[in-house]
Design a protein around this ligand. Structure first.
Ligand code: DAK
Length: 258
């Protein structure tokens, strides 16, 4: 499917790819783009086992669309939160893993969206930052909540207060991203990881993701109880029987998805 702001494709079986498609504006995230992603997520969740998000041109996404923001009121922001804060939350809690393939600038809302993905693979050309304060505003779609969780309170405050833009190697060292690759290898490497994920038993992936996401804000003891209930539940699946049996029989498992 192709539209003005987003390209949705399926580069491999069970792997969906969303590409931000407004390179002339460095893929600035306007409301139309956000709505398009939001509408596509339900379909992708049903049709794919892994989603990759990337950007066309020299940016992943250089932030919210500043021109559009310049006339927006507080009231309007509250009204469209479904497409800002809660869109990121939806991506974070999608039932399939989401990988950000960060090809260039991931600034402001672009960085917030990347932080909402499960895994971040970046090109050496990628740049990261939350420079909202330069504009007299502040991160408003998860930035102040998620950046400290990724890189610690002190470094998050430094980046947010100064608006400093960091490169991919620094982002890797700080723990904001999981891997840096040569620019030309970005999609190849991301697809490699997506392929591995898409061949795992989907219910196990879904519950493992849920166990991690749902318990991050719980005390450890509560998290352990939650994990136990999900881990025990998986023993009722055919895929668990198959995976365990295949190991014992020294063969590759054939997962069916139930
Ligand atoms: N919005 C709109 N247009 C943008 C843009 C953006 N964020 N970033 C770049 N562009 C446009 C430029 O205006 C330019 O368009 P034309 O002038 O050609 O029409 C084109 O993209 C190319 O950009 P440049 O000419 O500037 O390219 P350079 O290579 O020279 O510079 C740059 C690249 C990334 C350093 C520069 O473009 C830049 O500084 N961009 C702005 C980065 C930024 O400040 N990002 C944060 C935006 S604020 C909230 C939720 C979320 C947010 C706020 C509230 N609530 C729920 C309340 C989020 C806020 C943000 O993300």
């Amino acid at each position: 499917m192709e539209s003005r702001r987003i390209i949705l494709s399926y580069p491999e079986e069970n792997v969906a790819l969303i590409t931000f498609n407004r390179p002339e504006k460095l893929n600035a995230l306007d409301l139309e783009t956000r709505k398009e992603i939001s509408f596509l997520l339900d379909e992708i969740e049903e049709d794919a086992r892994c989603l990759i998000i990337t950007g066309k041109g020299k940016a992943f996404a250089a932030g919210a669309d500043i021109k559009e923001m310049s006339t927006r009121t507080s009231f309007e922001y509250l009204k469209i939160s479904k497409y800002t804060t809660w869109l990121n939350h939806k991506i974070e809690n999608l039932e399939i893993p989401v990988i950000a393939a960060i090809n260039g600038y991931a600034l402001g809302a672009g960085c917030e969206l990347a932080m909402s993905c499960d895994i971040r693979i970046a090109s050496k050309k990628a740049r990261f930052g939350l420079p909202e304060l330069n504009l007299g505003i502040m991160p408003g779609a998860g930035g102040t909540q998620k950046l400290p969780r990724f890189i610690g309170i002190g470094m998050a405050k430094r980046l947010i207060f100064t608006g400093e833009i960091i490169n991919a190697n620094v982002a890797l060292r700080l723990g904001l991203i999981e891997e840096v690759v040569e620019h030309e290898r970005l999609m190849e490497r991301t697809l490699e990881i997506a392929r591995i994920i898409s061949r795992k038993p989907p219910l196990a992936i879904k519950l493992a993701k849920r166990a991690i996401n749902a318990t991050m804000s719980m005390p450890l003891e509560e998290g352990l109880k939650y994990e136990l209930s999900l881990a025990a539940l998986l023993f009722s699946t055919e895929d668990a029987r198959e995976g365990l049996r295949a190991f014992i029989e020294k063969r590759e498992p054939e997962f069916k998805g139930y």
